[in-house]
Write a protein that binds this ligand. Structure first.
Ligand code: ADP
Ligand code: MG
Length: 584
């Protein structure tokens, strides 16, 4: 006799539940998606003990009749996919018909539901996936799902749950994702009886209205982020991209607030992430992560959403097109805006003026946040001001501590880091030369050729990078095994000692792992070249040199940062100065 047996349904469901319901937050995600698919306009999520004790999601959506209610916790029960073709173009958030059966298999669940056209609704109770009762009940139209004692019959899974606090953090992230995406739905989140947020649905029903989005972002992610938002648009008839990226100064050392939505579903996606990174280019240091919210809209059959059990990833039919389009949209948004580092209101207050009496414990600190709602109403959005810095009268440029250059601007003062600024200038000039190759660039032949003797590993590095040096205006030839002759240098570097410059760059290249991308490799060599050639912190500059740096920086394309992404210039507005001096 054979040994194979078909698993009983309740065991099969429990196994499937392992994939779909990883933790309380995954149950919340599925219940929210069901409410959204039911066209709800108001969703209330009440959680107890991080969801381990109770999860309740109440919606005012289409509801279910008695027959559907009875079916909905069975495996593969769905009203959203009827045929194989439907799978090719999924419009709904759910489609696997696995969520309710999985959640029901590992909890005690109660579902109440009523169709709007019926006079009474029904209530179903189940334990471990087995229906206990189903009876009529008077409730308003919509559906309410209450999940109690999640994983009560899966002790192994229960053991792996973190503290209620951590589990709740995951839940609030899931609710936040959906609330950011569906601005036309009101969301209320309650934990242990305490209201966490209560978001009204946007006045206009257009979920993609940027102002509605901005409001949600402010409510959910905080004011300081929304001060740095730069709007983003891209319209192609198969692809619409919109949302926000942020000024480089909003970037953090930990990847957070990086949101990608595809047809309103939050996903993790390397293509979009890579495109954003590429668009920022040298505006950011490595390991620095700009917050962004990018919403992509495309025909449903251009994207496969059925590649992950929890639907957290998607597969694009044309990833290259998506990459190029996102990169273009982000690059445009960055190019359109003034990205100068600004000394901001909040940062100053928090760092410099601590309140005289520390706030009583448990009482939230009343600082800038307290005035936010009012300020929001009258605030002009950052991209609407058009307040760009126009160079003011020609004034002396002050150098302080042989490190910073200070100049007056129309709106206040600008402080430049002399090294970072000069580095940016040289980088762009060298890059230009590199692109134009020999034709246009300006080369300074050396009166006496310099020779460099290198250790064999160093000689290899130089050989590997000879082309970059050559294209930027160096004339270096190999003679002998590890010896090189330098006949010319780029004119902009004529005052530097060629041999030591080259050895320093080799040292930099040695310290850094080579990027895989060939493009990146050349750029890296050029940025080292710029860095080593630039004036240093500690160099005293003549008034002409100061002026040259200040003026030439304005001519560069990316005048905000050095090629490694550190700020080159910071501005303090008159308004800000006024505040510091308490001139009201
Ligand atoms: P899926 O969402 O993949 O279809 P689920 O197991 O999540 O599978 O839900 C099964 C079915 O139950 C859905 O297809 C839908 O018809 C119904 N349903 C679930 N939740 C709701 C709800 N909140 N409102 C109306 N119908 C619902
Ligand atoms: Mg579902």
């Amino acid at each position: 006799m054979g040994k194979i047996e078909i698993l009983p349904t309740h065991i099969a469901n429990k196994i499937a539940a392992g994939e779909v319901v990883e933790r309380p937050a995954s149950a919340v995600k599925e219940l929210l998606e069901n409410a959204i698919d039911a066209d709800a306009t108001q969703i209330t999520i009440s959680i107890e003990q991080g969801g381990t004790k109770k999860i309740q999601v109440v919606d005012n959506g289409c509801g279910m009749d008695k027959e559907d209610l009875q079916k909905c916790i069975s495996r593969h029960a769905t009203s959203k996919v009827k045929s194989e073709e439907d799978l090719e173009k999924i419009k709904s958030m759910g489609f696997r018909g696995e969520a309710l059966s999985s959640i029901a298999a590992v909890s005690k669940i109660r579902i109440k539901s009523k169709l709007s056209e019926e006079t009474s609704g029904h209530q179903l109770t189940s334990e471990g996936g087995k229906i206990k009762s189903i009876e009529p009940i008077g409730i308003p139209p919509g559906t309410s799902v209450t999940v109690k004692d999640l994983f009560y019959n899966v002790p192994a899974r229960k053991k792996f749950l973190k503290t209620p606090r951590t589990e709740f953090r995951h839940i609030s992230e899931i609710v936040t994702d959906n609330a950011l995406s569906f601005t036309d739905i009101a969301f209320k989140l309650v934990h242990n009886g305490r209201e966490i947020f209560n978001l009204a649905k946007s006045a206009s029903s257009d979920s993609s209205n940027l102002r509605n989005r901005e409001l949600r972002i402010k409510e959910l992610l905080g004011g300081s982020l929304s001060d740095n938002l730069l709007p983003l648009f891209f319209d192609h008839h198969h692809l619409k991209i919109e949302g926000f990226v942020t000024k480089p100064q909003a970037a953090t050392e930990r990847a957070q607030h990086q949101y990608i939505f595809v047809n309103q579903r939050r996903v993790h996606d390397k293509t979009v992430l890579g495109a954003v990174r590429k668009a920022y280019g040298t505006l950011l240091p490595t390991k620095s992560y700009p917050p962004f919210l990018i919403f992509l809209k495309m025909p449903y059959d251009f994207v496969d959403v059925n590649v992950h059990p929890r639907k957290e990833e998607v597969k694009f039919a044309q990833p290259d097109f998506i990459f190029r389009s996102v990169k273009e949209a982000v690059a445009k948004a960055l190019a359109k805006n003034d990205l100068t580092y600004q000394k901001t209101d909040g940062a100053f207050r928090r760092q410099q003026f601590s309140p005289k009496t520390p706030p009583a414990r448990g009482v939230p600190e009343l600082d800038s946040e307290a005035e936010e709602p009012q300020r929001y109403l009258k605030r002009v959005l950052p991209w609407e001001t058009g307040e760009l810095d126009s160079p003011s009268r020609e004034a002396d440029i002050l150098q302080i501590h042989n490190l910073y250059l200070i100049k007056e601007t129309a709106g206040g003062i600008a402080i430049l880091d002399q090294h970072a600024a000069h580095e940016r200038i040289l980088y762009e000039q060298l890059l230009e030369d590199f692109k134009e190759e020999k034709a246009q660039r300006s080369v300074q032949p050396l009166l006496v050729a310099e020779t460099i003797e290198l250790a064999p590993p160093d000689a290899e590095i130089l050989k590997d990078n000879l082309e970059v040096f050559d294209k930027t205006g160096f004339e270096i030839t190999l003679f002998g095994k590890n010896s090189f002759k330098v006949d010319a240098v780029p004119t902009i570097l004529k005052d530097r000692h060629a041999a030591s410059l080259i050895s320093e760059i080799i040292a930099d290249l040695k310290d850094n792992r080579a990027p895989r991308d060939v493009d990146q490799k050349d750029l890296r060599t050029i940025s080292f070249l710029a860095c080593r050639s630039a004036v240093k912190a500690g160099d005293s500059l003549t008034p002409e040199e100061r002026r040259a740096i200040v003026n030439n920086l304005e001519q560069t394309k990316t005048k905000y940062t050095c090629p490694h992404g550190r700020p080159a210039k910071v501005e303090i507005s008159l308004k800000e100065l006024k505040k510091m001096f308490k001139r009201h």
